[in-house]
Design a protein around this ligand. Structure first.
Ligand SMILES: Cc1cc2nc3c(=O)[nH]c(=O)nc-3n(C[C@H](O)[C@H](O)[C@H](O)COP(=O)(O)O)c2cc1C
Length: 333
């Protein structure tokens, strides 16, 4: 009997629990087609950024006011992103094309931090046929005068704004640093979120000792980074009425299996695909299927959450008790 790999995410039925995370690989029709062929359950498109949408709106306003002579000045407002994705109008067209051509759910991503007109793009995503929306709030609080309440309220306002103009499911991609993640998750749910994507992998600038300069850098992840989302998915699973997607550190069969046992609805992949190609996803899915068969599972759903904190025989292992046990048991190598 063949194993049922299907899962539910954001109220959508996916044929498999592996999702292609936002990255350049999901930014054109050819990449999205390969992702479907490899067996992924859904694809998240690379983000459209608040800054890009606002730059385009400024450009349109300038063109209307002053004509084509202002084009060069206005289009130079935000150049770097032009190399990353295709710009707001083409982005909407890609959603439409993907929906016409492919069967898997397509999830466009909005990336920004302030409430404003750019959030209307969520409605445009919906009108273009998107199955769901991912909102990436890539925000770092750096001002000592900004309280946790203010930071959290910013997310709540963003979610409420999108919810007020759309009816399709909404996932929110957040970072790991909140004082009480379970409470914050509950508030996001109340504001209208349907799922969480855990966690944003913030870029970590380094210092170059030769040049004494700060080096920004984007490095691909490794499986060792999985443990952070793994813990929090295990803690949140069954405690909040939200779908849970894992991002960061999903590379191999075991990473996917662990996340499903912890309670993830889906595991998402970016670095592993950028490093090994989209076909890597197909190999991981075959290995997941084989493991399930060998371990006599009939479906992904049967295993999902069976080792979450609520179902674990040793719930303390996710908490402080385990920390104390770990340091007392530790022996130097
Ligand atoms: C080159 C590159 C581009 C990315 N672009 C986006 C993006 O546009 N929007 C977004 O939400 N995440 C973006 N990400 C983050 C990934 O979606 C993912 O969350 C992160 O890389 C952690 O997952 P991983 O360990 O599988 O790489 C990008 C990552 C990489 C490596």
């Amino acid at each position: 009997m063949s194993v049922d790999l299907s899962t539910e995410y954001l109220g959508l039925k996916l044929r498999s629990p592996l999702v292609a995370a936002a990255s350049p690989l999901t930014g054109d029709l050819d990449g999205l087609r390969q992702i479907e062929e490899a067996g992924f359950g859904a694809a998240v498109m690379p983000s459209l950024f608040e800054e890009q949408i606002e730059a385009e709106e400024m450009l349109v306003a300038k063109l209307q006011d002053h004509g084509a002579e202002s084009f060069v000045e206005a289009s130079g407002f935000f150049p770097p992103l032009e190399d990353y994705n295709i710009g707001p109008q083409k982005y909407l067209e890609l959603i439409e094309q993907a929906k016409k051509t492919l069967k898997i759910p397509i999830i466009p991503s909005l990336n920004g931090v302030s409430t404003g007109g750019w959030l209307w793009y969520a409605k445009r995503f919906q009108d273009a046929g998107a199955d769901a929306i991912e909102l990436n709030v890539y925000y770092l609080a750096t001002d000592p005068g900004t309280s946790c309440d203010t930071v959290e309220q910013r997310y709540i306002d963003l979610v409420s704004s999108i919810r007020s103009v759309t009816s399709i499911p909404l996932a929110v991609k957040i970072g790991p640093q909140f004082s009480s993640l379970p409470n914050f998750a509950k508030r996001l749910r109340e504001a209208g979120a349907d799922g969480l994507v855990l966690f944003n992998r913030f870029m970590q600038p380094d210092i170059d000792l030769e040049t004494l300069e700060v080096r920004p850098g984007l490095q691909l992840s490794t499986s060792s980074e999985l443990l952070l989302p793994l813990r929090w998915i295990a803690i949140l699973s069954g405690r909040v009425d939200l779908s849970l997607a894992a991002t960061t550190g999903v590379h191999q069969r075991d990473d996917v299996l662990k996340l499903l046992l912890a309670g993830a609805n889906v595991a998402t992949m970016a670095s592993a695909l950028l490093r090994n190609g989209i076909d890597h996803g197909a190999r991981v899915l075959t290995a997941v299927r084989t493991w399930l068969e060998e371990n006599e599972y009939e479906s992904v759903r049967q295993m999902q959450g069976s080792l979450s904190q609520r179902h674990s025989a040793d719930p303390d292992s996710f908490e402080r008790a385990n920390y104390m046990r770990a340091i007392t048991d530790f022996t130097a190598p």
